[in-house]
Write a protein that binds this ligand. Structure first.
Ligand SMILES: Nc1ncnc2c1ncn2[C@@H]1O[C@H](COP(=O)(O)OP(=O)(O)OP(=O)(O)O)[C@@H](O)[C@H]1O
Length: 258
């Protein structure tokens, strides 16, 4: 049996005014893949993800998720989890209120949403604050809440935008292990990050987007063999044509002294 892609993107283009941000992105993603989506600031990563999530509705091209065109669709969202980069959380709600509210939106009944949310809060080490307002949470605690919220309905595709932001080293280990296991179950992970060491380790497929176009697509080993660079950071520098970090740092230092 031939495995069908869970995500299929054909010739995706998006402009904001005269700024053409995505210039014909083509992509097929399969179940069990952990995609590391990397690229310079402003390259178009979040825009791609937001279009797939239906947050940005106007674009050119075709996107199919779970085999269906997403135009005008909402049902597919029930099978998707999302950890946004700058997640807006309703700070006046408690963790319990926020998670059970989201659980309901995803179609879980209250009892099972509450049970799952409480257990996951325990496993992520934030159970003591389950009934406290989110405004009292630390940055890492809020991040954990966003991660729990993205997982609660056991989604088939997980979109993560800098998910390690604010997490301590132990929690990072848990999340890395968790993502590997979810992928083994056939779930798909779409992981946007600037932390090259982590992307290198967790992804089985790396996509590098530069100026709105995918300029590299392959496993770390494949990209390494092609570019003759030993690290993902080196590959990133080479493919984005960047070799000026020392010169720029020098210029910043001399500007500070002016
Ligand atoms: N709502 C918007 N209105 C206008 N321009 C936008 C909007 N959202 C994004 N852009 C522009 O689109 C381009 C790509 O932004 P995007 O957020 O997709 O980049 P990114 O690759 O996720 O960057 P970063 O690594 O900094 O998060 C940038 O030039 C940005 O200014």
């Amino acid at each position: 049996m031939v495995t069908k892609p869970v995500i299929s993107i054909k010739n995706l283009r998006k402009s904001f005014g005269s700024n053409e941000v995505l210039k014909g992105v083509n992509l097929e993603v399969y179940p069990g893949q952990v995609i590391g989506y990397i690229g310079p600031n402003g390259a178009g990563k979040s825009t791609t993800v937001k279009i797939m999530l239906g947050i940005i509705e106007e674009y050119e091209g075709q996107i199919e998720i779970f085999g269906e065109d997403i135009t005008g669709q909402t049902d597919y969202k029930k099978r998707i989890g999302y950890v946004p980069e700058d997640g807006e959380i309703y700070e006046s709600l408690t963790g319990y209120e926020y998670l059970t509210f989201l659980g309901k939106i995803y179609g879980l009944d209250f009892e099972s949403a509450n049970k799952k949310a409480e257990r996951l809060s325990q496993l992520f080490g934030i159970e003591e604050s389950y009934h406290s307002p989110i405004s009292s949470y630390s940055k890492g605690m809020k991040q954990k809440l966003l991660i729990i919220a993205s997982l609660l309905h056991n989604p088939d595709i997980l979109f993560l935008d800098e998910p390690l932001s604010g997490l301590d080293a132990n929690s990072v280990m848990v999340l890395k292990e968790l993502l590997a296991r979810l992928a083994r179950q056939g779930k798909t992970i779409f992981y946007c990050s600037h932390i090259m060491e982590v992307v290198e380790k967790i992804s089985n497929r790396i996509l590098l987007i530069n100026k709105g176009q995918i300029v590299a697509d392959g496993s770390f080993e494949e990209l390494k063999a092609k570019s003759k660079q030993g690290s993902l950071e080196g590959i990133f520098n080479q493919l984005t044509g960047f070799s000026e970090h020392q010169k720029i740092a020098d210029e910043i230092i001399s500007t500070l002294g002016e």
